[in-house]
Design a binder for this molecule. Sequence first.
Ligand code: 5GP
Length: 109
Amino acid sequence: MNKTIFERIIDREIPSSIVYEDDAFIAIKDIAPKAPVHLLVIPKRLSTRLDEIEDVQDMGQLFLTATKVARQHLGDYRLVVNVGKGGGQEVFHTHVHILGGWADGAALH
Ligand code: 5GP
């Protein structure tokens, strides 16, 4: 099976700007940021979409990692997960978006 773009990033086959990495996750800067700070938290273990993750440990660890990485870069922020094509998902390797860095309140408008 062809690797996803994120597997290729994890395997260092294509470059990315890595802001965090441990045994189970990598966090990178989004190549086309939709906010002043736009990061992606990606589990190394492949699942195609969030609702494929059934293990409570895996699900919990994903969001714990996302909040940990977010707090390293931002005070307030938004976490977004696009699930399926109709939900705006373009890369079918589960990931959480961290978005932030707007001027006060700007994200709400
Ligand atoms: P999705 O729409 O699947 O939730 O989000 C996929 C995200 O991955 C998009 O925001 C897109 O800009 C980002 N992206 C796609 N290809 C690459 C890449 O090669 N490198 C990086 N850093 N981000 C990517």
